[in-house]
Design a protein around this ligand. Structure first.
Ligand SMILES: NC(=O)c1ccc[n+]([C@@H]2O[C@H](COP(=O)([O-])OP(=O)(O)OC[C@H]3O[C@@H](n4cnc5c(N)ncnc54)[C@H](OP(=O)(O)O)[C@@H]3O)[C@@H](O)[C@H]2O)c1
Length: 342
């Protein structure tokens, strides 16, 4: 039996999760819901996806544009076993009521508060705790990236304290209305940024402080990490070895000319990924340094893509379809997630 998955919200995240769902042999895409009858709706139809409107007025708008529409979001919910809600942050609470009334499972994204579901998910950290749950929140892109690496370091060496400075992309590539154009914005000025507390919704025992600033770029976030490890005998090569064996982490080297987020993003194009997506944490292996028993490294996070595999694994966990290891492996194979460049 295939799990019937509907996608509510077909923007940056929803479009990618819809494509990823269509690649799974244990899932079936019911359709996607959009507010506007625009080119994204037209292209969804051209892929053979059913498109639903947010409400009756939306159905009229689609018809006026002569775009076939399969009904409203309520019709889509009826047909689904689970809804991946990828609407903008804060729309989730009202949608959750609709899913609960229809007795359906749902996954929300990182723009929603942890309290909406009371459970925040990163596959490598807490897959087993999601087994059978009705509502799950997949954490944001930066939190996903941080949880993957801190969990790997903590399991192997013990994390005493992590300090992270995040240079955040100011906007996604198609967000023409957002700046800054020529500024670095302290986001926020007062510490900590929300990322550290958000990591604790998944890894409650990790001691972490984060600060963030927005920079005028659209393609990636860049994290500078300083981590105190409990094991004081660690050297850089040991850390590289752990990362090499951690799923969804890709080590790159500046000696190969990868010296910026632009180069990291270009990798996505070179390896032929749809939309240049990078599902992996990009870690510069030659930045991995131990100084005075503290670990330093740089890490890139492709905000549009990194949470996509987590949504797929969350679906499997909520329907108890596979073990964590098997699900991660299956998702990675279907999305061609890499553990090395070659
Ligand atoms: N973008 C990122 O980098 C990123 C990374 C990780 C997590 N997230 C999280 O993922 C979620 C979605 O973000 P996104 O960037 O994908 O958003 P987005 O690109 O703005 O897409 C939102 C989608 O939801 C639809 N929508 C808008 N208002 C709605 C409403 N009131 N009810 C139902 N649907 C509505 C939009 O329809 P139309 O297209 O028709 O307008 C659009 O398809 C947020 O929680 C966000 O924090 C985003």
């Amino acid at each position: 039996m295939k799990v019937k998955v509907a996608i509510n919200g077909y923007g940056v995240i929803g479009r990618r999760v819809a494509d990823a769902v269509s690649k799974q042999d244990d899932m079936e895409l019911v359709g996607v819901c959009k507010v506007s009858p625009d080119y994204k709706a037209l292209l969804a139809l051209s892929k053979g996806f059913k498109v639903f409107a947010a409400d009756d007025k939306g159905v009229e708008k689609f018809r006026k544009m002569e775009l076939p529409v399969s009904g409203t979001v309520s019709d889509m919910v009826k047909e689904a076993d689970i809804i991946v809600d990828a609407t903008p942050g804060d729309v989730g609470p009202q949608n959750k009521e609709m899913y609960a009334k229809a007795s359906k499972k749902a996954i929300f994204q990182g723009g929603e508060e942890h309290e909406l579901t009371g459970f925040s998910f990163v596959a490598q950290c807490n897959y087993n705790q999601a087994l059978g749950k009705q509502f799950v929140r997949v954490v944001s892109c930066n939190t996903t990236g941080l949880c993957r690496v801190l969990n790997a370091l903590d399991n192997r060496f013990g994390v005493e304290k992590a300090r992270v400075v995040i240079a955040r992309r100011a906007a996604d590539p198609d967000e023409i209305g957002r700046g800054p154009i020529d500024a670095v914005v302290l986001d926020p000025v007062t510490l900590p940024s929300h990322h550290g507390p958000d990591v604790k919704t998944v890894l409650s025992h990790i001691n972490i402080t984060t600060m963030a600033l927005k920079v005028p770029t659209t393609h990636m976030h860049l994290h500078s990490l300083i981590v105190q490890l409990k094991d004081k005998s660690v050297y850089a090569e040991k850390v590289r070895e752990v990362f090499r064996h951690t799923p969804r982490i890709l080590l790159v080297n500046s000696k190969l000319g990868i010296k910026s987020t632009a180069h990291a993003y270009d990798l996505g194009r070179e390896i032929g990924r749809e939309r240049s997506d990078i599902f992996e944490n990009i870690i510069w292996e030659d930045s991995i340094t131990i100084e005075d028993s503290e670990l330093y490294f740089f890490m890139g996070v492709h905000q549009e893509a990194i949470v996509v595999p987590e949504n797929i694994d969350a679906i499997r966990a909520m329907f108890n379809l596979e073990s964590a290891e098997k699900s991660i492996e299956k998702t990675n194979r279907s999305l061609e997630v890499k553990s090395s460049l070659t």
